[in-house]
Design a protein around this ligand. Structure first.
Ligand code: ACO
Ligand code: ZN
Length: 471
């Protein structure tokens, strides 16, 4: 009898329906959507609503709470006046784990927007007496920096044939993805890279013969992929690389950066994009790497220069992008390397005498890392300025100066100041208030950043790509 009921309920399970599903490694049963079904309804690929796609997984039927099954949301209903389903919204925004927190971080309130608009378009004059009423000394609870703004401103495989090459590039090494069942499902089980075995987070268009293997073995230096360790060993006997192809433009201690031209190092660049796509959700791979430079960060030991992370950058960007895609490989994440990559990208922009911004949309982790980097960089300048000023002679700084000193684009500076809640309207103009909590948090954050970019170790001359016949 019970078996019959289960079979009846299973018959209702189709792609797009929802039900509580027990998540791996927890006793929680969050609502999940069925993305795909295989093995005669024994295995289900699920996406947990309100959770990041990183957690999507194949589950057996005993993990489904069939009693609470909900039919798929009809397409017409989706298009209608109904507000978008939480799932659709979270996919669209490609934001992270719990939608509440990450939407909160990503979305800009109307008020914040209006105030940013005002800042972009209005002149703000310093208020010399704004500090006069402030208490003296280092323990001051509140300090203001009046701001002035100006007007706005085979065995080892070569890269496979492109899967979605039809996409026309609109300024990015990877273009924004369109959800379909195939690209919503993680297709690679495991990759081995040097001494690391890494579980992918998302789909990447590795060739068909590779995706059903228990593990893909990558040469950690040229990034070619092999079907088994024996082929990798054979490949390593022939492969002479022990660092990324390209010029080493930075070295300090064991950290180096190599500049790889997407045209001159095409196979490497394509393999790097394939690998990166395993951890980047909101982009679809685009195979034309020619218009990009790849800045590859490595850590040196006696075996060679090991890949830690990279960012790509358009040779010519009409939108001031100084980063297209950025990645720290999972074994190296949450150790400060992401902020080191970001710092390096702004160091290049400083050498170019430009401001820059990362290509949008940012992922959830991208936004966290950029917010944190921008806060550090801006507060570093503001606290320096504070030390130079005094209550009777308040420091005067205009937003454009902050942009010049950091190479951070103006809208990112303003949104960061707003995010930190530092901008206040006082006696008819905008002032920045730095309280003790903000300064303490900043000091703590800076003390965590043990590895920093040292501009003296960068040996690089920017090229003007617009003056070249071809990239
Ligand atoms: N959960 C919570 N906070 C996190 C997490 C996490 N999983 N990962 C990083 N952070 C926070 C850190 O706490 C740190 O903030 P803090 O200094 O204020 O404490 C900040 O983010 C940066 O941490 P790092 O250790 O410097 O960064 P990391 O080496 O982990 O790299 C990166 C960050 C590059 C975004 C990495 O998570 C990654 O590669 N993700 C996958 C690819 C991706 O999403 N790239 C960005 C896409 S957007 C674009 O390409 C333009
Ligand atoms: Zn190799």
């Amino acid at each position: 009898m019970a078996a019959d009921v289960t079979e009846d309920l299973l018959a209702l399970v189709v792609e797009g329906c929802r039900m509580p599903v027990r998540m791996t490694g927890s006793d929680e049963w969050p609502l999940a959507e069925i993305i795909s079904i295989k093995d005669g309804k024994d295995s289900f690929y699920v996406h947990y609503i309100d959770y990041n796609k990183r957690l999507d997984e194949w589950v057996a039927r005993d993990r489904l709470n069939l009693c609470k099954i909900q039919p798929p949301v009809k397409k017409d209903a989706k298009k209608g006046a109904r507000p978008p389903s939480p799932d659709a919204a979270s996919r669209k925004n490609q934001s992270g784990r719990k939608r509440k927190t990450l939407h909160g971080a990503a979305a800009e309130s109307q008020q914040a927007k209006a105030s940013r608009q005002a800042l972009l378009s209005s002149s703000v004059h310093a208020l010399s007496d704004s500090l006069a009423s402030m208490p003296d000394g280092a323990d001051e609870a509140m300090k203001d920096v009046p701001m002035e703004t100006e007007e706005p401103a085979a065995e080892a495989a070569a890269p496979p044939a492109p899967v979605q090459q039809q996409n026309l590039r609109k300024g990015g090494s990877m273009v924004q993805s369109h959800d379909d069942t195939v690209t919503r499902i993680k297709n690679v089980q495991l990759v081995e890279l040097g001494e690391h075995r890494i579980q992918p987070w998302y789909f990447s268009p590795y060739p068909q013969e590779w995706i059903n293997l228990p593990c893909i073995f990558l040469c950690e230096f040229c990034l070619r992929f092999c079907k088994c360790r024996t082929s990798l060993v054979r490949h390593r006997e022939k492969c002479t690389l022990y660092y990324p192809p390209g010029n080493e433009i930075y070295r300090k201690d064991d950290i180096s950066f190599f500049e790889c031209d997407g045209r001159k190092c095409r196979p490497y660049a394509q393999n790097l994009c394939l690998l990166a796509k395993l951890f980047l959700d909101h982009k679809t791979l685009y195979y034309d790497t020619d218009p990009f430079l790849f800045y590859v960060m490595t850590k040196f030991d006696e075996q060679g220069y090991h890949l830690v992370g990279y960012f790509s950058k358009e040779k010519e960007s009409s939108e001031d992008y100084n980063v297209a895609c950025i990645l720290t490989l999972p074994p190296y994440q949450r150790k400060g390397y992401g902020k080191l990559l970001i710092e390096f990208s702004y160091e290049l922009s400083k050498f170019e005498g430009k401001t820059g911004t990362p290509e949008k949309p940012l992922s959830d982790l991208g936004l966290l890392s950029y917010r944190s980097y921008w806060s550090d960089a801006i507060l570093e300048i503001l606290t320096e300025q504070l030390k130079r000023g005094s209550p009777s002679n308040p420091p005067l700084l205009c937003i454009n100066e902050v942009c010049e000193m950091t190479s951070i684009r103006k809208d990112d500076v303003i949104s960061t100041l707003q995010h930190l809640n530092l901008i206040h309207y006082y006696k008819g103009q905008y002032v920045l208030s730095l309280n003790k909590d903000v300064i303490d948090t900043h000091t703590r954050s800076m003390s965590k950043r043990r590895v920093r970019i040292d501009s003296k170790c960068l040996h690089w001359t920017p090229k003007d790509w617009s003056k070249r016949g071809k990239w």
